[in-house]
Ligand binder design. Structure first.
Ligand code: GLN
Length: 493
């Protein structure tokens, strides 16, 4: 391991600008780590070595003092495989998009490149971001770098594992119902889902369009702020993107004096894992030590969040995935030779079981005669869940709770039981349905089978208070000290 791999992006950029190493050296170190640790973890679907090195050399050739160097100058980053980087494969973890290459750059990718970031490859994910363990990828599982017999969480498990294992300091994932916060918690990194619309979705391959948000992983609070400052901001190419300038990188909060933190009883059920409970309580104590006042709040509709989410998300997915018909994108099966037959055979061969299940469910809840009873009702419950939060944010500034009800679970443990898998998202989907900003911050660890597993504390903020959540996340992370690189327990070296 080179000494630079343990640096966060802010420190790495500073070292490059100070001439301590070149962007090319930083990129080479990341590519080597992707090859060694990344391969052991199954973190990447595709590594783009030559293109990354060419970009890094171009940065090195530019005088570092020429104008303002970008906020991510020379920093290697990883992108989830549902993100468009022109010319690169973006399979979404699906056979149906195998071999498809993005024809253009996503807005957030364009902004990363303008800021001097160096994308090194596409990370593994549950097929079309449907899952909580990365086991729904058509191209193999990703492993948790704290214990390789366990899942990294999902669906952005590859990006989480890449950051946790110190391969890259920053990776992007997408969070529809928790797909960045939950793997961040299970892998011991920070993760942040912005307010819906804070980051343009142009160039993010759609799953549930009213929920999807591009969301970063990092190992420090200041890195999260740095990457959000780059990717956020208005975009004429996405009509759901908020008309606001990019988030500003604020000076670090010295303490949290006067901050009102709400703790919802609904997120601490009696069957909550005891190790998770005590680590999250320790995190809340830390917020208190930093000056915050802790209050109890109620979010009474929380228990409807999972069924509501799985109606809304599958409805939107069934519509978004209709475009994979064998005509426009990568894979085509012949079928019986007719147009209908070709479409059916392509979808039959190209989609995995979980995706098919969700298309069926989504089509059902939208079908005439059932729409009111399912999709219509779910939309109304979604409003009630959002109102719970509005009421709570009349009393407190931020809500603190667990990110996930359990630590990383074993590979295979939940694959036969979709409901158990869906319940992994019980603490992340409410903020998604309400469109609120929410972070996961490492708050401690517990021991399972002789191995240390990380626990994440979730901070949820009021709509558009991304800066408030990021500031609180940063204060908590800095009070707890640097986030460790995962030891890769159990990996063949
Ligand atoms: N696990 C949830 C799902 O399967 C959330 C996924 C996500 O946020 N992309 O839908």
């Amino acid at each position: 391991m080179t000494r630079f791999e343990s640096y966060d992006a802010t420190a790495l950029r500073a070292a490059i600008l100070a001439g301590e190493l070149s962007a090319e050296q930083a990129t080479r170190a990341a590519l080597e780590a992707a090859e060694s640790r990344g391969t052991a973890l199954g973190a990447f679907l595709h590594v783009e070595g030559d293109a990354a090195l060419a970009r890094a050399r171009a940065l090195d050739a530019r005088s570092r003092t020429d104008g303002e160097p970008g906020a991510l100058f020379g920093v290697p980053v990883a992108l989830k495989a549902n993100m468009c980087l022109a010319g690169s494969p973006a399979s979404c973890g699906s056979r149906i998009l195998e071999g498809w290459r993005a024809p253009y750059d996503a807005t957030f990718v364009e902004r990363l490149l303008d800021a001097g970031a160096v994308p090194i490859g596409a990370t593994n994910m549950d097929e079309f971001a449907m899952g909580s363990s990365c086991e729904n990828s058509a191209f193999g599982v990703t492993r948790n770098p704290w214990d390789v017999s366990r899942t990294p969480g999902g669906s952005s498990g590859g990006s989480a594992a890449a950051v946790a294992a110190g391969i890259v300091p920053i990776a992007l994932g997408s969070d529809t119902g928790g797909s960045v916060r939950q793997p961040a918690a299970l892998c011991g990194t920070l993760g942040f889902k912005p307010t819906y619309g804070r980051v343009s979705r142009y160039g993010l391959i759609a799953y549930g369009s009213s929920l999807d948000q591009v969301s970063p992983f990092a190992r420090s609070g200041r890195d999260l702020e740095r990457v959000m400052g780059v990717i956020s901001g208005a975009d004429g190419r996405d009509s759901t993107c908020i008309e606001a300038p990019p988030l500003a990188i604020e000076p670090a909060p010295q303490d949290l004096t006067g901050l009102r933190v709400g703790v919802p009883a609904e997120y601490f059920p009696t069957d909550l894992d005891a190790g998770v409970r005590s680590a999250v309580e320790a995190g809340i104590d830390e917020l208190r030590t930093l000056g915050a006042e802790v209050h109890e709040v109620r979010l009474p509709h929380t228990r409807y969040a999972i069924p509501t989410y799985y109606v809304v998300a599958t409805a939107e997915a069934s519509s978004n995935l209709a475009r994979y018909d064998g005509v426009r994108y990568a894979t085509r099966a012949t079928g019986d030779g007719s147009l209908q037959g070709m479409i059916a055979a392509t979808r039959e061969a190209g989609f995995g079981d979980e995706v098919k299940l969700r298309i069926l469910l989504g089509t059902y809840v939208l079908s005439s005669g059932y729409y009111d009873a399912w999709y219509g009702k779910a939309s109304r419950v979604r409003t009630l869940i959002a109102r719970d939060f509005e009421t709570a944010f009349g009393e407190v500034d931020v809500i603190a709770c667990p990110t996930s009800p359990s630590p990383a679970f074993a590979l295979g443990e939940k694959t036969d039981d979709p409901v158990a898998m869906y319940l992994s998202d019980v603490m992340t989907v409410p903020a998604s349905l309400a469109g609120l900003p929410a972070a996961s911050v490492p708050c401690g660890a517990l021991e399972r089978d002789g191995r240390e597993l990380p626990v994440g504390l979730q901070l949820i903020g009021a709509a558009r208070d991304d800066a408030g959540v990021l500031g609180c996340a940063r204060a908590l992370q800095e009070a707890r000290g640097p986030v460790a690189i995962a030891p890769m327990e159990g990996a063949a070296r």
